[in-house]
Design a protein around this ligand. Structure first.
Ligand SMILES: Cc1ncc(COP(=O)(O)O)c(C=O)c1O
Length: 410
């Protein structure tokens, strides 16, 4: 069982009551695990009864600095007493500074801020469409990958290469062309004069932690340039420090610069934010009045993101070393547990592919006091906070081994 180490275990609303209320009043679109979180500190979260869990999923890659990080908490407290929201009718001090910071680390000069990953995808798609439209009425096609995930809004769904997410909402936007990951001949065949853009995750997240090959990425870059189409990297899950670099495309040597990169999750440390970062050519596709949002780029989240980037500068080296250590320790488990098929990933984005379904193991993990999730049916996905240490990894491994020992022989 998860250990009860909360200093003053408090019994708040009982879990059953929380679950019943949601069952009665919420759209039933989520299949939640039977766990209600109350508070967190560092890499650990506590449920309503004070049980402690080592968090290896960080709110699906969002709680990048864990819980109650003192520097983030301080900034939030200060800004809450000054100005939470300004709207985009007016200026405030932090949006321009955050854009300047993103330009410095991404190599792309102009940002737009919104409130989630899927919204960033929509912004990028509008840029792709506007660019194509300015050339010809038939230049609206967007190439994306089989098994990709780009969000739940209708535009983002249109280029999400997993039928299970799309099927209930068709017809979606016309012009999406799906290509198998790393299949260069198929990529070449998909490009034409009608291609306005190509959208790639450098490491597919929801799809099961699958990287694209360097050759594939470079060919996509060349073909996009040849066909005057925008190359868009969706780094919502695989970027912003998680791969041990500011962005995953910077892992290549020489780095490969897209026209647009979209990012979200880790930047807000738990507050909602999304961003589209574009080069000058892509940026001019959006003219005054063509796009906007009420909340995007507000002072609170921009200030938090600026603080996050200051902290990330210090953390980048350890993301690589701790991530490498984590993968190495997991790979060692392959000798003990024959149902582990592969351990893969980059930095602190890790997938453990199993020969067996992974969903029940997630529940067993909760019982052992460790949180991770399962994607693509059989890939245990680990997206721990960037502050995780090798000691925490050792603790995680002890719990994971217990979970694996419980797997019944098939
Ligand atoms: C690669 C990728 N793109 C887009 C999204 C959508 O982001 P959001 O859930 O913030 O809308 C996600 C979310 O997991 C993602 O992993």
């Amino acid at each position: 069982m998860a250990s009860v180490v909360s200093p003053e275990p408090e019994l708040l609303t009982p879990l059953e009551e929380v679950m019943n209320l949601e069952r009665e009043y919420l759209l039933q679109n989520y299949a939640r695990y039977p766990l209600a979180l109350h508070r967190g500190k560092g890499c650990y979260v506590y449920d309503l009864e004070g049980n402690r869990y080592l968090d290896l999923i960080s709110g699906i890659g969002v709680n990048s600095l864990g819980y109650a990080h003192p520097r983030i908490t301080k900034v939030i407290r200060q800004q809450a007493g000054l100005l939470l929201h300004a709207s985009n009718l007016y200026y405030h001090e932090y949006q321009g500074r955050l854009a300047q910071r993103l330009a410095k680390i991404s190599g792309l000069n102009r940002s737009f801020f919104c409130n989630s990953g899927t919204e960033a995808m929509e912004g990028a798609l509008k840029m792709v469409r506007a660019h194509g439209n300015s050339i010809s009425a038939s230049k609206f096609e967007v190439i994306a990958l089989d098994n990709s995930f780009h969000g739940r809004t209708l535009g983002a769904l249109s280029i999400t290469g997993q039928p299970k997410y799309r099927k209930d909402f068709e017809p979606l936007l016309p012009g999406a062309r799906f290509v198998e990951r790393n299949n260069i001949p198929a990529l070449e065949a998909a490009f034409s004069a009608n291609t306005a853009g190509i959208v790639l995750e450098f490491i597919q997240g929801e799809g099961g932690i699958y990287p694209i090959s360097e050759a594939f990425a470079r060919r996509a870059h060349e073909l996009a340039a040849q066909h005057n189409a925008f190359l868009v990297f969706d780094e919502i899950q695989c970027g912003v420090g998680r791969p041990g670099a500011y962005f995953a495309y910077q892992l290549l040597d020489p780095p490969l610069l897209p026209d647009i990169v979209i990012a979200a999750k880790p930047m807000g440390c738990g507050l909602p934010i999304g961003t589209v970062v574009a080069n000058e050519k892509a940026a001019v596709s959006i003219k005054p009045g063509m796009h906007g949002t009420t909340y995007g780029g507000g002072p609170l989240v921009c200030r938090v993101a600026l603080e996050f980037f200051d902290i990330l500068d210090e953390l980048l080296p350890s993301i690589n070393t701790v991530g490498g250590y984590f993968r190495m320790r997991l790979t060692e488990l392959m000798r003990k547990f024959s149902f582990i098929k592969e351990v893969r990933g980059q930095g602190l984005m890790i997938g453990v592919e199993l020969e067996i379904p992974g969903k029940d193991l997630v529940l067993d993990g909760i019982k052992e006091g460790v949180l991770f999730n399962c994607t693509h049916e059989n890939v245990l996905r680990l997206l721990p906070p960037y502050i995780i240490t090798e000691q925490d990894v050792d603790r995680a491994l002890t719990a994971i081994v217990k979970v694996f020992r419980n797997v019944k022989p098939r």
